[in-house]
Design a protein. Structure first.
Length: 113
């Protein structure tokens, strides 16, 4: 069974950067489209970014041009590089398989203005 563990969250000032990681154990992510979702307090969970097995990427409009999703060659870790962070990016960030079968527990990102 695949286990996903996120890391890299924290507190950052507006305009700053963070890189989130999603490490997979118990299997690889090689053949799976992966995505990052987020949930802000009092709001519904929303899609942030996704990456296909071939490396094609897609983003929510709110983060396009500021966030970059990538995966390592061994396909065991997925990253989310976040730049020009805004207060609206404050949320719990989750890594998941696109089919929703596997989810991580999340990592908190707080952007102070």
């Amino acid at each position: 069974q695949v286990r996903l563990v996120e890391s890299g969250g924290g507190v950052v000032q507006a305009g700053g950067s963070l890189r989130l990681s999603c490490a997979a154990s118990g299997g690889t992510l090689r053949i799976t489209t992966m995505r990052w979702d987020r949930q802000a307090p009092g709001k519904q969970r929303e899609f942030v970014a996704g990456i296909t097995p071939s490396g094609d990427t897609f983003y929510a409009d709110a983060v396009k041009g500021r966030f970059t999703i990538s995966r390592d060659n061994a396909k065991t870790t997925v990253y989310l590089q976040m730049a020009s962070l805004k207060a609206d990016d404050t949320a719990e960030y989750y890594c998941r398989t696109a089919d929703g079968v596997y989810w991580g527990r999340g990592t908190q990102v707080t952007v102070s203005s």
